[in-house]
Design a protein around this ligand. Structure first.
Ligand code: TYD
Length: 141
């Protein structure tokens, strides 16, 4: 299991007057087999989403347009990361409570996920999340 969470540089395959093309490939930064991609568009500034953790899911988040602030919490410490560059990804592994705040209208959040959608993988109650951290649910092997 990788450490939680960290920024991944995508490969800039092309950047010119036609735009910027960024790439992540398995075994060159993608870290896991992607089973699902989803994205959020049309959200206004100050939109707040997330407020949950995952039991097993690993994700890489991208913000190819706009700026999104991530509040990340492993139950022991918290950190804030702003995604606002198309050539950056944010790896978020299992056992991380996350909240996302839209810093600009219409910022786009794209997520590559390791598993299919499964509501049973979500922990949506912060108290339950803290109890699971305490009980060693995600203790590193
Ligand atoms: P959720 O993951 O709670 O969104 P966020 O953390 O960004 O606020 O998902 C919002 C709703 O969308 C929830 O009812 C479940 C549904 N959903 C799917 O059906 N499939 C998916 O792949 C995702 C990510 C969400």
């Amino acid at each position: 299991m990788k450490c939680n969470p960290f920024i991944i540089d995508t490969r800039k395959a092309e950047k010119n007057e036609l735009g910027s093309l960024s790439v992540l490939e398995t075994s060159k930064g993608l870290l896991f087999a992607v089973n699902r991609v989803y994205y959020i568009s049309g959200a206004k500034k100050n939109t707040k989403r997330g407020m949950h953790a995952h039991k097993e899911l690993e994700q890489i988040a991208f913000c190819p347009f706009g700026a999104i602030r991530f509040l990340l919490d492993d139950g022991l410490s918290k950190e804030e990361i702003i995604l606002n560059e198309p050539n950056k990804g944010l790896y978020i592994g299992k056992g991380i409570w996350r909240e996302m705040v839209w810093e600009e209208d219409n910022s786009v959040l794209v997520v590559a996920a390791s598993m299919l959608y499964d509501e049973n993988d979500y922990i949506r109650d912060y108290g339950t999340f803290l109890s699971m951290v305490k009980s060693g649910y995600w203790k590193k092997e």
